[in-house]
Design a protein. Structure first.
Length: 675
């Protein structure tokens, strides 16, 4: 008798338990992220009672495909008991899924027991008779699968084991033949297999994993203070490409409202020639689907996109879901906006800041489906005009269910699209936005300055489940944020932050030209630029002698040439007796000889020196190995041996070393050769 409240298992004879499947995000509630061409490594525990052997596979398919690929799971190694793994190449964009299957491998169990008894000199007559039916059943499965050669070989082996008239040693030889084991493995008995759930994977373009962003205000590219056009901005693109960036990111380029337009430095009153904030979207010329008339025409925009692509750049567009009081939707769909108690429209606030020129949308309005569809339509409009990358402004101020629906809707038609989340917010919200579909995320790097803070934060971002759903994009500055360390640290502070951002993570970006020109003038007591481009036109001297353009160019070149810097998965930190020297390395997982070792002086004021304690295993080196480090930033090479090595960095001349490791190959006639 059983308690009526306890349900019988579907089939209690399925003895294999599938545990700890990785990768998975929240147990499969959200998709694991990979990029095109990456290999998905799946690991799982296949647990069974007793000493039986287990077999397993992963089944992988792109969602919607009628069939899937079957890949055999193999034991991970002696130090991971019951752990199995397999890898599959992801060769198409879009949504994928995989599941794990495990079963008791009766043939492998029988074969293992037979071998042990043969080694012990025991009689195995009965065991051979027991193996014959297992092989005969596999022969039938091979026949059903159309595997004629396997069917014939397995049928012959089954008959040989069952032929008691044959000499025992000959039958044992057949039973333990490795070729027989291989054929049996191709046709396992999965009648009582355990199947795990389908787990989702999203495959995105390579730039979702590895990218370098340059933010540019087109309206500040005109000559002598004139409002710039897209044609002017197109003339600036060779400069951006020369710096080595592959994404040029534009703030909103839509018509700007007149009502409550802000003046310089967010002043409440604007003069007649003040351009207003690009984030106050909408005016007489249209809304989110329109182009600011001062920038040019849609033909000019398409020409800008085409020119960017000629130079190896993709255009990213800022999408800010908010509206100025002059936006056409305010009159056409007033129910889409938040109202105050007196019936007036609510403007945006982040106390004590007030944004009277911006109205937020009401995502709880009765016509929420109409609002959602219109907002998704904004993405489709600009995709049709050649944009495939979007930086989304303040997504954490809009409902997560909206973003989950919106991103999935866009990707169903355009899996090539990439979304960057600008969510400087609470960590759980930042992580949730990454889980539901944002390709990349702004992070708190901007405010992490000490070695302890950086190491702890990077380990948080690159270990555990987080690495499978959150791709950090490090920005030293933004139009909204000029952190204190850049205000007071001078050119060395900008240089060291550039090295950190470009080498700690695979994606980074700068707001330029303010960054490379080391713009440090801030509003008193604020982390905000004085005379910000958000509210006025600016002119920049791109050829200023203090520009960091050459350092940035070199950093981006190093990133392109070394795949070790194009992933976040291999980041490892090393020790140093000076806490102001941050030491870390990265390796190309597909080419172990490509190892980059970085040492950064976090002190922009003083020369720092210290002894490194390297984790040689993480560098792929043996204890006491002799190796060469070649400085890709400053030039020159050093011959090092073992874990303890000395460095000295003056922030005014060399804020960092970016070393490529070269292992000693051999000695010949007194010379040592390194690669």
């Amino acid at each position: 008798m059983t308690d009526a409240a306890v349900r019988w298992p579907e089939d209690g004879r399925r003895r294999v338990v599938i545990g700890q499947v990785r990768p998975s995000v929240d147990g499969g509630r959200h998709a694991v992220k990979r990029t095109l061409g990456e290999r998905l490594r799946v690991e799982a525990d296949l647990i069974v009672d007793g000493h039986d052997k287990v077999g397993g596979q992963i089944h992988v398919r792109r969602q919607g495909d009628p069939t899937w690929r079957d890949l055999d799971l193999a034991p991970v190694g002696p130090h991971a008991v019951d752990r199995f793994a397999a890898e599959v190449a992801l060769d198409r964009l879009g949504n994928w899924e995989f599941r794990v299957e495990g079963w008791v491998d009766r043939f492998a169990t029988w074969r293992h027991g037979l071998a042990r008894k043969v080694e012990a000199g025991q009689d195995v007559t009965v065991e051979l008779r027991g193996g014959a039916p297992l092989i005969a059943a596999a022969a039938a499965r091979a026949q059903a699968a159309g595997a004629h050669a396997d069917h014939m070989a397995l049928d012959s082996a089954a008959r040989a084991l069952a032929a008691t008239a044959r000499p025992l040693p000959a039958r044992v030889e057949v039973a333990l033949d490795p070729e027989l084991a291989a054929r049996m493995a191709r046709h396992p008995d999965r009648a009582l297999a355990t199947l795990g759930p389908w787990l989702p994977v999203v495959v995105e373009p390579e730039r979702a994993r590895f990218s370098s962003w340059y933010e540019l205000f087109p309206r500040s590219t005109g000559a002598a203070g004139r409002h710039g056009t897209l044609a002017d901005a197109a003339a600036r693109l060779p400069y951006v490409a020369e710096l080595g960036f592959d994404v040029v990111y534009l703030p909103p380029i839509h018509p700007i409202g007149v009502a409550h337009r802000k003046g310089p430095n967010n002043a409440l009153t604007a003069g007649p020639d003040d351009p207003g904030s690009p984030w106050a979207i909408g005016g007489a010329g249209g809304g989110h689907d329109a182009l600011h008339p001062a920038l040019g025409t849609l033909a000019d925009f398409r020409a800008f996109v085409a020119r960017a692509r000629e130079l190896g750049l993709e255009v990213a567009l800022d999408i800010a879901f908010q509206a100025s009081p002059d936006h056409p939707w305010v009159k056409e769909h007033p129910s889409w906006f938040v109202k105050r108690a007196d019936g007036s429209f609510q403007y945006a606030e982040n106390p004590p800041k007030k944004y009277q020129d911006v109205y937020p949308f009401d995502f709880e309005c009765d016509d929420w489906r109409g609002l959602w569809s219109a907002l998704a339509g904004v993405f489709f409009t600009w995709i049709d005009r050649g944009v495939t990358i979007f930086r989304v402004d303040n997504p954490h101020t809009k409902p997560v269910p909206f973003w989950a629906w919106c991103l999935a809707t866009v990707r169903a038609r355009h899996p090539e699209v990439i979304f960057l989340s600008e969510a400087f917010t609470r960590p759980p919200m930042l992580h949730e936005l990454a889980k539901i579909g944002f390709s990349q995320s702004y992070t708190y790097f901007t405010w992490r300055t000490s070695g302890h803070e950086l190491r702890r934060y990077l380990e948080e971002l690159t270990t555990g489940e987080v690495i499978d759903y959150l791709r950090p994009n490090f920005w030293p500055n933004t139009p909204d944020i000029l952190p204190e360390h850049l205000q007071i640290g001078g050119r060395p502070a900008f240089a060291l932050r550039a090295v950190l951002a470009a080498t700690l993570t695979a994606s980074w970006g700068i707001y330029g030209p303010a960054f490379e020109l080391c713009e440090a003038a801030a509003l008193p007591g604020r982390e905000e630029y004085a005379d910000s481009e958000k509210y006025q036109l600016r002119s920049w001297d791109l050829d200023a002698p203090h520009s960091l353009r050459h350092l940035i160019t070199r950093l981006n070149r190093i990133r392109r040439q070394h795949r070790a810097l194009q992933t976040d998965r291999t980041l490892r930190f090393h020790g140093c007796d000076d806490d102001a020297l941050l030491v870390y390395s990265k390796a190309d997982p597909d080419a172990p000889d490509d190892v980059i070792l970085v040492v950064v002086n976090l002190d922009p004021y003083h020369t720092r020196r210290g002894w490194l304690t390297l984790d040689l295993g993480a560098l792929g080196l043996a204890p006491d190995a002799t190796f060469q480090v070649h400085d890709l930033l400053g030039g020159g090479s050093h011959l090092w041996r073992g874990a303890r090595n000395y460095v000295e960095l003056d922030p005014r001349s060399a804020p960092a070393h970016v070393f490529a490791l070269r292992r000693r190959v051999h000695r010949e006639q007194g010379f040592e050769y390194f690669i």
